[in-house]
Design a protein around this ligand. Structure first.
Ligand SMILES: Cc1cc2nc3c(=O)[nH]c(=O)nc-3n(C[C@H](O)[C@H](O)[C@H](O)COP(=O)(O)O)c2cc1C
Length: 349
């Protein structure tokens, strides 16, 4: 099959636009409304704080994941190689972006498994593509190609609706996910891409047999803005939707409350290790970031700077460890009992 040239061009322009600060919704994720209560006498040692986490059968150094970003073009593949190298090095999980374009062009990303043999790698396909003819087979091919440990299905109705060439027939996506859950050889994760997943939908997905939900809420990378920037002449039509979505913290609180024993991934505008720790305290099992990782890897919009991303990820771990230390917790189990306030009122202790 011939490579899908328009899809490849779209993916490269997504990379450029995602690096533009105007396509972010910073500070609207809700994390600044949260405050962890300070412990002036921590009976613990900052040097030995334990962030280790088990995820999809792997022992990781921290509950962190590089969020799904695009694949299927030369540039995207180079980025994925760099991300896999850093994720393996830092012992955190790696999610890849949609594998559809690459698989349909006959390309393989299996080198990522060689670059990152000791961490979970999560494959990716769009919900709309899953529901199309051959979608379930494509999902299996995505898993096989990467020897992936799970497959994430992304739900992006807002993005598709604003995207000039987007897919807006969503009838059948839910039943396709239900079919995938029954047939897939690996756990199925369902995620948004920055507009959030509500508690009602999360509960329904878990009831269908989905293993984990990544809320991917509003407050970080803004796909309505990115896709509107790609439109010619009629972008203003979509301006009222630039702030559409459920803020990450609202999603997270609601989903963790409604589905307390389920695997929940927090993402969408997580900016640093303190945000990540707050997400864990709200009940997330893992925390993912996409846009910030890309921004620290791609310097000056061109060259890759692996050491900058390496320092960034290791800085998040240090910030998370400091957060535990300042709440008097030695490990994540103890930290999950720490007092946390929202808008000045205690919401958990
Ligand atoms: C350049 C770029 C490409 C992305 N491509 C995908 C994708 O192919 N599949 C997917 O599920 N999410 C994709 N995402 C969405 C992210 O996984 C994430 O849900 C979203 O960006 C919100 O997280 P953030 O605020 O940390 O960026 C992409 C994000 C970026 C920045």
């Amino acid at each position: 099959m011939h490579p899908d040239k328009p899809a490849a061009a779209r993916k490269d322009s997504h990379l450029d636009l995602a690096l533009d600060p105007r396509t972010q919704s910073p500070g609207e994720n809700g994390f600044d409304r949260l405050r962890l209560t300070h412990c002036a006498l921590p009976e613990t040692n900052l040097a030995t704080i334990d962030l280790t986490t088990e995820f999809l059968g792997y022992q990781l150094e921290a509950p962190l994941m590089i969020g799904a970003m695009t694949g299927g073009t030369k540039r995207a593949e180079q980025i994925n190689h760099a991300l896999a190298t850093i994720a393996e090095n830092q012992s955190i999980a790696l999610a890849v972006g949609s594998q559809r374009a690459a698989l349909q062009a006959g390309q393989s990303a299996r080198i990522l498994r060689d670059l990152a043999p000791h961490i979970p790698i999560i494959g990716n396909l769009g919900g709309v593509q899953l529901a199309q003819s051959g979608g379930i087979d494509l999902a299996q091919a995505a898993v096989d190609d990467l020897q992936a440990d799970a497959i994430a299905i992304h739900l992006n109705p807002l993005q598709e609706a604003v995207q000039p060439e987007g897919e807006t027939d969503w009838v059948g996506v839910k039943s396709a996910i239900a079919t995938l859950v029954k047939t897939a050889a690996v756990p199925v994760i369902v995620k948004e891409v920055g507009a959030g997943i509500t508690a009602v939908l999360a509960a329904e997905l878990f009831d269908m047999g989905v293993t984990a939900v990544d809320v991917a809420g509003f407050g970080g990378t803004n796909w309505a803005r990115i896709e509107a920037a790609r439109r010619r002449g009629d972008a203003d039509m979509f301006a009222p939707f630039f702030d559409w979505g459920v803020p990450t913290v609202d999603c997270l609180r609601a989903v963790c409350h409604a589905c307390p024993d389920r695997l929940v991934i927090a993402s969408g505008g997580v900016r640093h290790g303190l945000d990540a720790a707050k997400a864990i305290r709200l009940g997330a099992d893992m925390v993912a970031a996409a846009g910030p990782m890309l921004a620290h890897l791609v310097a000056n919009n061109a060259a890759f700077d692996l050491s900058k991303l390496q320092d960034f990820v290791s800085g998040w771990k240090q910030q998370m460890a400091l957060t535990l230390f300042l709440t008097g917790a030695s490990d994540l189990a103890a930290f999950r009992q720490a007092e946390i306030c929202c808008d000045g009122a205690v919401i958990a202790r």
